[in-house]
Design a protein around this ligand. Structure first.
Ligand code: AMP
Length: 217
């Protein structure tokens, strides 16, 4: 089984790319942010605990996430591969993931989406999400055909509360402090991709890496 790990700051395009990649390769898209938001929406015990951290733009504590990750892993049957979007986000999570991937004989392909702060802030402030199917839009770069209505399912688009300016600043700070050390942790296991370009250009580059590192041409 192949595990594609997408690393990069908030706004680098992990969610958008993961969705396109999952369609292209028929891989499962696992977004820890989406899973957590689902828990918050359903008011589960995990959601109730995670909410306060998410609202502040902080990382949800590792031990709260571990069960969710393990459950997801145990449910993976008869799939070619999966894409991790938003996990790992610190060294402890990366070590936990290394153990699970080893135990399950997974081949990892790690992609680092490198983005400048200017582009990140612009992307996050214009980002809108379908409240029904979670498709990602951008008011300028990827607008829906009808104002604030999802092209795919007709759901209403909303702005994630943590995409507002103050929380974005906090998330970028948390990224620098806690997540960016992963670049050193993974060192020569990383594939660097310049991610300021338009989504389809970045997509082409990621596809090339995945095809080269696996036998999926
Ligand atoms: P995302 O949708 O990936 O931007 O994640 C939204 C929020 O969910 C983050 O700001 C965190 O509060 C939380 N979150 C998502 N993934 C993780 C993770 N791997 N570790 C801790 N918190 C996470």
């Amino acid at each position: 089984m192949i595990c594609v790990i997408l690393l990069g700051p908030p706004g680098a395009g992990k969610g958008t790319q993961a969705k396109s990649l999952s369609e292209r390769f028929n891989f499962l898209h696992i977004s820890t942010g989406d899973l957590l938001r689902e828990n918050v929406k359903k008011n589960t015990p995990l959601g109730t605990k995670a909410k306060e951290f998410m609202e502040k733009g902080e990382l949800v504590p590792d031990e709260l996430l571990e069960n969710m990750i393990l459950e997801k892993f145990n449910s993976l049957k008869e799939i070619k591969g999966f894409i991790l979007d938003g996990y790992p986000r610190n060294i402890n999570q990366a070590e936990f993931l290394d153990r699970i991937l080893n135990e399950n004989n997974c081949k990892e392909i790690i992609i680092y989406l490198q983005s400048s702060e200017k582009v990140i802030v612009e992307r996050l402030s214009g980002r809108r999400i379908c409240s029904n199917c979670q498709t990602i839009y951008h008011l300028k770069n990827m607008p829906p055909k009808r104002d604030l209505i999802c092209d795919l399912c007709g759901g209403t688009l909303y702005q994630r509360p943590d995409d507002q300016e103050e929380t974005v600043k906090k998330r970028l700070y948390v990224y620098l402090q806690e997540t960016s050390p992963l670049i050193k942790y993974y060192q020569n296991r990383l594939n660097y991709i310049f991610a300021d370009d338009e989504a389809d250009i970045v997509f082409g580059k990621i596809v090339e890496v995945i095809e080269n590192e696996s036998n999926l041409k």
